[in-house]
Every structure is written in structure tokens, then in C-alpha cells.
Design a protein around this ligand. Structure first.
Ligand SMILES: [Zn+2]
Length: 80
């Protein structure tokens, strides 16, 4: 998984998690628990996969489409 795919996936999961937490507040607390679990999964995914393929350094989670690694300065892979 490249960093662009990972960012899209984690943002999607985060939005889904927020929706579930909202549903949990409105309807049933189990939905909020599922929402938090989805959010935690998104964080774990970004910690595991959001890394430079040159040096393994973690990339900025809040940034979008970084072109160069902030650790080694190497160009990051483009979307295939
Ligand atoms: Zn790097």
C-alpha cells in the first residue's frame, strides 16, 4: 500500500468512525464503540503504512500528498 492509498483509506475510516459515534449517541452505545474501534484502526493503519519507502521514517499524518520525505528528502512514490 503506498502512502496516498493509505491516506485516502485512513480519512475514509475516520469519517466512518465519526458517523458511527454520531449514530451511537443518537441510537445505541454499541455503535459508538464500533465508531471508536474504526477510528483506532485508522490511526494504527496510518502508523504502520504511512512511512517513507526509502528510510522508513513516518510521514506527516495531517499533510496531504507530500512529494518529498521530511526525514531523508527522497521523492515519495507516485500513485500507480
Ligand atoms: Zn525518507
Amino acid at each position: 500500500m503506498n502512502h496516498t492509498t493509505c491516506r485516502i483509506l485512513t480519512i475514509g475510516l475516520t469519517i466512518l468512525g465519526i458517523v458511527f459515534v454520531g449514530l451511537g449517541i443518537e441510537y445505541h452505545s454499541i455503535l459508538a464503540v464500533i465508531g471508536v474501534a474504526i477510528g483506532v484502526t485508522a490511526i494504527i493503519l496510518s502508523l504502520v503504512f504511512l512511512r517513507c519507502h526509502h528510510c522508513g521514517g513516518s510521514l506527516n499524518m495531517r499533510g496531504w500528498l507530500d512529494e518529498y520525505c521530511r526525514h531523508c528528502g527522497e521523492e515519495l512514490e507516485k500513485e500507480e
